[in-house]
Design a protein around this ligand. Structure first.
Ligand SMILES: [Zn+2]
Length: 433
């Protein structure tokens, strides 16, 4: 295998992020790349017939995807190696009746999705993206992915002259202050539904629903003195989706007794509680089916499979911040370009323990990848991710890891290009061992 250079991987990640403004777009792009590599699409509604070594993928409700290369041995005897990520990022979600008019402006009603850093969304060129439910002539419904062209939306800051209290800290009330401006109001303009219908080339009364969010329109870029960093929206957690996908595509090239699987769930930023989220049954359903196929209905095969499996939960980690270094535990300060960060928490906000952590560290050591560690300060609460949820749901020994990142949940986050390559190599090492 000739490994692509860090710069090539960085450029590929930027392309991936740019075409993935929402989980629906990210999953479509992952599916496109999987199909190009020979993976076959499965439908949850069908009965699956699979042969050993086969490569397939399946999506759930557009925003979650599982892709796998089946092992040549039954799952109960060889287990599976899994990478878990999430497809969603903090943003603003458009309300069902979004049109608002105020003092000569048209606005779009939204509510915050996930724990966003609201001020980073101010004064940026925004648009709307997601999917729209269209009623067809036959009466059936079609879900269409959309990105409104241009940069029609904006959240303008208030001038400092009109509120000097901002010097004591900016306070943004989501209901009053975080309503994107969409244009001037002359009293006769059509609303958002008409704009969507126009864009899709359908009648306005055929637009019957939407899952739309705001998205930054400025393409991902490179930054840092020598261009060694990537500045982009949604790196948490599209960078891990990208790394997991590269690792699976690479690992799937070679036959192995062990099944390799990538799961990317929607709704992590709001707690993962949905049919397609990590607290839902998507992964368990797929594993159940795969075991039923490879082990011919043996009732003991599933628990044997889970006990023999390992899962790497890949979500971004906090790199130490030069202006806020004291926010990190002094003995645990992950550096940009320092390699994957293993995340631990005494209270199980992360699933890593000695067994799963040592397994990951050993895979990394064999692959020549350095490993860093993160724990929260004892006096600060700890974030969480899909790792402990998936471990709780399936019982699979799990390790929580992530590439170091600055500005987590900002509209524009920052990651080091070197870490993209190191993480892909680490995940590949985990999928093939
Ligand atoms: Zn995340």
């Amino acid at each position: 295998m000739t490994e692509p250079s860090s710069d090539e991987l960085g450029a590929d990640l930027r392309r991936f992020v740019d075409v993935s403004p929402t989980p629906f777009h990210a999953v479509a792009e992952m599916a496109r790349r999987l199909e190009a590599a020979g993976f076959r699409a499965l439908d949850e509604q069908d009965r699956w017939e699979l042969t050993p070594g086969e490569r397939c993928y399946v999506t759930r409700d557009g925003g979650s995807i599982i892709a796998f290369r089946l092992g040549t041995a039954p799952l109960s005897s060889a287990g599976a190696r899994l990478v878990g990520t999430h497809t969603d990022s903090p943003t603003f979600r458009v309300r069902p009746r979004p049109d608002a008019r105020r003092v000569g402006y048209r606005l779009v009603g939204v509510e915050p999705y996930g724990g966003l850093l609201a001020h980073t969304w101010m004064d940026r060129e925004l648009t709307l993206a997601g999917r729209v439910a269209v009623r067809l002539g036959s009466g059936e419904l079609d879900l269409r992915r959309v990105v409104l062209p241009g940069a029609p939306l904006r959240l303008p800051s208030l001038a400092i002259h009109l509120d000097r209290s901002v010097r004591d800290g900016l306070k943004l009330d989501p209901q009053r202050h975080l309503v994107p401006v969409w244009g001037p109001d002359h009293g006769d303009e059509a609303g958002l539904r008409d704009a969507l219908a126009d864009h899709l080339g359908v009648a306005a009364d055929h637009v019957v629903g939407h899952d739309l969010v705001t998205t930054d329109t400025v393409p991902a870029g490179v930054t840092g003195a020598d261009g060694e960093w990537i500045a982009a929206p949604r790196l948490d957690n599209l960078a891990s989706c990208h790394g997991g996908l590269l690792a699976l595509l690479d690992a799937a090239d070679e036959a192995s007794p062990t099944t390799a699987l990538l799961v990317a769930n929607d709704h992590e930023e709001v707690g993962s509680g949905s049919a397609e989220g990590a607290r839902g049954p998507f992964l368990a359903d797929v594993l159940d089916r795969l075991v039923a196929i490879t082990d011919d209905g043996d009732r003991q095969a599933l628990p044997r499979t889970l006990a023999r499996s390992r899962l790497v939960s890949a979500d971004m980690a906090h790199a130490v911040h030069p202006n806020y270094a004291e926010q990190h535990e002094p003995g645990h300060r992950p550096a940009l370009s320092g390699g994957p960060v293993m995340k631990l928490n005494a209270n199980q906000a992360y699933a890593t323990d000695a067994r799963s952590g040592a397994w990951f560290a050993t895979r990394c050591a064999d692959a020549g990848v350095p490993v860093q560690h993160f724990v929260s300060r004892a006096d600060l609460p700890c974030g969480s991710t899909i790792g402990p949820l998936t471990a709780t749901r399936t019982g699979i020994p799990t390790v929580d890891v992530g590439a170091p990142l600055l500005g987590m949940h900002s509209c524009r986050e920052l990651v080091a290009t070197a870490d993209i390559g190191l993480m892909a190599r680490a995940l590949r090492a985990c999928l093939i061992n």
